[in-house]
Design a protein around this ligand. Structure first.
Ligand code: SIN
Length: 354
């Protein structure tokens, strides 16, 4: 009953706060910007180079000072959490970032957080935070497809828009948001869908809103449990359970499944064909893994749609369904689920709730 009342109150707050946000409030909000590296902080040898640059070369102060307009919307502070090419993102940096975001948002005088990040694993960090941030205040992740030194770099406008969004009361209680190229996506649904285009991000279930000439405008809600409504807490964790993804393909076999089992994984995400279908030779190996207590989750390499119960043999083997999460997001949810329980029914429920 209490829970239902809290949900209704939270929805009413969102409605009262409106679906858009305009600049010019009397008192500017305080937004903390945390930098982790990426192309948005990338530096190339020439202003026409859009590959072959060093990601994460520029510090947060350089990024903030390049966009003085940010200060029209918020009082900002900058902090360097890491200086990574995001392909090298680690559980250790996630834990550090999650702890810092939680610390900052627990402070009365912090209204929102922006994180600058490489685009390659941006969606994974966004989802990890969506599952581990205890606050409903806005958290926005942004990045860039062109290095800061390029002609027509996209980073400055993306950073400005991310700050506008984090400073906007309408962004309250929408889960972690991803904002690039004038689009607002929810952490759960967004994925990088193009290798080089400025319009690199896409949500197969639809974006949550957009930046209309700099004004955040929302059209959809984040329906699944998200930041501020989560049972996962990374604040006291120093590591995460070992979970690997195995990519299904024609002529697959047991090689990688058996290797993962020998390496001591606690969970395997199988990025299957179609509706999470598994090659028969890999399936036998996964059934043995499942029998040995390893949690196996069926996901799909398709890039859209929901993995739903299919073959009876999958059910008999105790394989779980990854719902509409991509394999890389299934991995994160399973890592966090395994910090709470090894019960398959509880973990399956989490896949239907988050
Ligand atoms: C990275 O992910 O750090 C490099 C690529 C990018 O930011 O676009």
């Amino acid at each position: 009953m209490k829970k239902r009342l809290a949900t209704v109150l939270s929805m009413m707050t969102t409605l009262l706060l409106g679906l858009t946000c305009t600049a010019g409030a009397a008192e500017k909000p305080n937004v903390a910007i945390l930098a982790t590296g990426g192309t948005i902080a990338g530096s190339a040898a020439s202003d026409t180079a859009t590959t072959g640059y060093k990601a994460g070369a520029l510090g947060i102060d350089v990024l903030i000072n390049a966009v003085p307009e940010i200060r029209n919307y918020a009082n900002v502070t900058g902090e360097q959490i890491a200086s990574l090419d995001s392909k090298d993102m680690s559980d250790a940096v996630w834990l550090k970032l999650s702890k810092r975001v939680n610390e900052l948002l627990a402070q009365k005088n912090v209204d929102g957080v922006v994180i600058t990040h490489g685009t390659d694993t941006l969606e994974e960090t966004a989802y990890f935070l969506n599952l581990t941030v205890q606050s409903r205040k806005p958290v926005v992740i942004t990045g860039a497809m062109r290095p800061a030194t390029a002609i027509s770099a996209d980073g400055p406008m993306n950073l400005l828009n991310a700050v506008r969004l984090a400073a906007c009361p309408a962004a309250h209680d929408r889960g972690v948001l991803v904002c690039l190229n004038d689009q607002i996506d929810s952490a759960r649904n967004v994925t990088k869908a193009h290798t080089t285009s400025l319009a690199a991000f896409n949500s197969p279930l639809g974006p949550i809103g957009c930046m209309n000439d700099g004004t955040p405008t929302f059209y959809n809600m984040a329906a699944r449990k998200h930041a501020g409504h989560t049972e996962f807490d990374a604040r006291n964790l120093s590591s995460l359970p070992y979970v690997k993804i195995i990519y299904g393909h024609a002529n697959d076999d047991a090689l990688f499944v058996d290797a993962a089992v020998r390496a001591g994984v606690r969970g395997i995400i199988y990025a299957g064909t179609g509706n999470g279908s598994i090659h028969k030779d890999a399936e036998s190996a996964l059934a043995r893994a499942s029998e040995a207590g390893i949690i196996v989750v069926r996901s799909t390499r398709v890039g859209g749609g929901t993995v739903i119960p299919a073959e009876q043999s999958y059910i008999d083997a105790g394989f779980l369904d990854g719902d509409s999460l991509s394999p890389q997001k299934c991995r994160i949810l399973l890592q966090l689920a395994l910090t709470k329980t090894t019960s398959r029914s509880r973990i399956q429920k989490m896949f239907h709730e988050y």
